[in-house]
Design a protein around this ligand. Structure first.
Ligand code: CP
Ligand code: NVA
Length: 321
């Protein structure tokens, strides 16, 4: 049996395969009940979430606010210029104050240590809404989207072409835990974090799942079903822009690169997208799942909030992942 109540959601590393699958199943079920069937389902009536953002956001903010409202609760947004945290008040004090008023906290931070400190001091569950190291909510939404599109996850080959960043780290854990093959191409010097990589390699080998790192995007994309990228310049790296554009110049995803992929390839991107990492004829093609992926941020964060506050038993039959 899976148990989420009272836990934090900081990284997929803390969750096992059946727990991650339970969150995917919950997401699909909430989408079916509320979106497709128009059910009025408000299990979080009277509950609230405090959202602390040190960086910009469109999707994470909107999915959490509208998702919480749909479930009957209230979301309070505290942007970088609203909140005392880190400026006038310590993380420790902020965590204690928020814990007295809300039932959940979501934080988007620069340093991953800030979200773990927040979680250590808060007496309510804390959700990572992106840190420099991880973005677990994004990968849940990505897997929900792939499950909807293909009807399964195991047996897919995913290729990452781009930066060794927070999104990739969460994808590495997610694939290794769920037994999905992952091939990663990053330019020299932009590899994923060493410790995260070692952990992902050991998980993947325990699950007899292929996990491969290269500097050649064409090798990574070879026979892939899913091609994923992200910006080359993450929030906080703006001053490295010129160097990065140059170092990543061979990594733009285009039709030529995708000739290596399986005929039924799909493209994914967590957004926001800049034109340099993927050409328009891929990004806006019928093989691009990016809008569905963005929408699924809502159903997946709803599943996380609901499970952390109350156990949710999905009503749909359990999908084969
Ligand atoms: N993908 C994602 O997290 O987008 P936002 O930065 O808009 O929240
Ligand atoms: N890697 C990007 C993801 C944005 C959703 C960043 O951290 O800025």
């Amino acid at each position: 049996p899976v148990r989420f109540a009272g836990r934090d959601f900081l990284t997929l590393r803390d969750f096992n395969r059946s727990e991650i699958e339970h969150l995917l199943w919950s997401s699909l079920c909430l989408k079916s009940r509320i979106k497709e069937n128009g059910e009025d389902y408000r299990p979080l009536l009277g509950k609230s979430i405090g959202m602390i953002f040190q960086k910009r956001s469109t999707r994470t903010r909107l999915s959490t606010e509208t998702g919480m409202t749909l479930l009957g609760g209230h979301a309070a947004f505290l942007g970088p210029s609203d909140v005392h945290l880190g400026v006038n008040e310590t993380i420790k004090d902020s965590a204690r104050v928020l814990s007295g008023m809300v039932d959940l906290i979501l934080g988007r931070v620069y340093d991953h240590q800030d979200i773990t400190d927040l979680a250590d001091e808060a007496s309510v569950p804390v959700i990572n809404g992106l840190s420099d190291l991880y973005h677990p909510l994004q990968i849940l939404a990505d897997f929900v989207t792939l499950q909807e599109h293909f009807g399964f996850l195991q047996g897919l080959k995913i290729a990452w072409v781009g930066d060794g960043n927070n999104i990739l780290h969460s994808l590495m854990y997610g694939c290794a835990k769920l037994g999905i093959e992952l091939s990663v191409a990053t330019p020299l010097g932009y590899e994923p974090d060493k410790e995260v990589t070692q952990y992902a390699i050991s998980l993947a080998s325990r699950n007899k799942t292929n996990f491969n790192l290269t500097q050649n995007p064409f090798d990574a994309v070879y026979r892939a079903d899913v091609i994923v990228t992200d910006t080359w310049i993450s929030m906080g790296q703006e001053e490295e822009k010129i160097k990065r554009l140059n170092d990543f110049s061979a990594f733009q995803i285009d039709r030529k690169m995708l000739r290596e992929a399986n005929g039924n390839w799909v493209f994914m991107h967590c957004l926001p997208r800049k034109p340099e990492e993927v050409t328009d004829d891929v990004f806006y093609s019928k093989n691009s799942l990016v809008w569905q992926e963005a929408e699924n941020r809502k159903w997946s964060v709803m599943a996380v909030m609901l499970n952390l506050l109350k156990h949710y038993e999905p009503k749909l039959p359990r999908p084969l992942f």
